[in-house]
Design a protein around this ligand. Structure first.
Ligand code: PHE
Length: 376
């Protein structure tokens, strides 16, 4: 823009009468108005100011030098008066313009900084509890309501706690499906302080070692459940994995009968799978319970009528359990003549599978949100 040039050179005053003088000044004023109106920011405003009011070569100074000083005496008064008027006009117009520009800049800055409260905000996706965790919590709640305490134990175990103290001696066939995942012991390290003889360690194959560890440390009565991970030599398929989750249960007191056992198991299954489900106990074998049972429930998919899942039997196997074998009390210095109790080992994957009709155990570990979202 032409007005942005910082100097204007003023032509000589072309005037014979005071009217001519007014005309020249009116022309200048109109030109100034045009330039001032085009100044929309601080830097263009400064350019206009310097061109017109600059102390060295601004138009006002030039008027003094080029028009006023050499003016003929009969026009001098008119030029001086018009110059004063123009000077006052330019100064106040420049100040008004400066304030307007400043105000607009302040407003723009405010607008730029303003928070738009109508914006939708940052959506942080909320996770949900894993289905296995949900089952853990549900089962824990049921047993907490029966007065049980939740305890945890080491995933790395000594053969003594995993086998021997549970009445599974070295060459017992019950070890076959569990004899697995051994590793060198970190000597003397807790919780393996009793392992000074350098016994190898293994990843526990069930949560039952915590029966022994708890009874070693606690006087009866005992009522505990033990949630945790266990490890086996299984190849992964729809119903197996090298790792799965169990919840061990143990109740020992002076007057616990098989009826207490059956009642507790039945109560738990109905609380977990629903009041319509019936249970039955089927003879089984575990070295550390006697008698031992498998707890079956009426099939949750067909209601007991018979279907593919229950292989037309109407019953589904839930978990192993039994009355604590008196031989186990011998390992923890409990009085087997005075005490009795029961134990059970719940498979968390299996119970989750039955409750939510999950047909492949591997789905629990693949972290596919399309699977996990169904449990939100
Ligand atoms: N520990 C057994 C298993 O893992 C289950 C079980 C626990 C059976 C407690 C009886 C009592 O197969």
């Amino acid at each position: 823009m032409d007005s942005a040039s910082s100097t204007h050179s003023l032509p000589p005053l072309d005037a014979a009468t005071p009217e001519d003088v007014s005309g020249r000044f009116a022309e200048l004023r109109a030109r100034f108005d045009g330039e001032a109106a085009g100044a929309s920011d601080e830097s263009s405003w400064k350019t206009v100011r310097d061109a017109w009011a600059g102390r060295k070569s601004g138009v006002l100074v030039q008027i003094t030098d080029t028009w006023l000083k050499p003016a003929k005496p009969d026009l001098k008064r008119a030029v001086g008066q018009a110059l004063n008027e123009l000077k006052g006009y330019i100064e106040s117009a420049l100040e008004a313009r400066r304030l307007a520009i400043q105000g607009a800049a302040d407003e723009a800055a405010l607008l730029a900084e303003r928070e738009d409260l109508s914006l939708p905000g940052v959506v942080r996706p909320l996770g949900t509890r894993h289905p296995l965790r949900q089952t853990f919590e549900e089962i824990e709640k049921i047993f907490l309501s029966l007065g049980y305490t939740v305890v945890a134990g080491p995933e790395m175990e000594t053969p003594y706690y995993n086998f021997e103290a549970l009445n599974i001696p070295e060459h017992h066939p019950a070890r076959d499906n569990m004899d697995t995942f051994y590793m060198a012991a970190p000597p003397g390290s807790a919780p393996f302080a009793g392992n000074a003889q350098g016994e190898p360690l293994l990843l526990r194959t069930h949560t039952s070692p915590m029966q022994v560890r708890t009874m070693e440390k606690t006087e009866p009565p005992v009522r505990i459940i033990v949630p945790g991970k266990v490890y086996r030599r299984d190849n992964p398929d729809a119903t197996h994995g090298f790792m799965f989750h169990q919840i061990e249960g143990l109740a020992v007191d002076t007057d616990i009968t098989f009826c207490d056992f059956a009642g507790t198991v039945d109560y738990f299954v109905r609380e977990f799978l629903g009041p319509k489900v019936k249970t039955r106990l089927r003879p089984s074998y575990f070295p550390f319970t006697e008698p031992s049972v498998e707890v079956d429930a009426t099939c949750v998919f067909c209601g007991g009528k018979g279907c593919n899942v229950c292989k037309q039997s109407g019953w589904i196997e839930l978990f192993g359990a039994g009355m604590v074998d008196p031989a186990v009390y011998g390992f923890v210095k409990y009085d087997a003549k005075r005490l009795s109790g029961f134990a059970f080992g719940l498979g968390v994957e299996r119970l989750t599978q039955l409750k939510y009709n999950v047909n492949d155990l591997q789905l629990y570990y693949q972290n596919d949100v399309r699977f996990l979202r169904q449990f939100a």
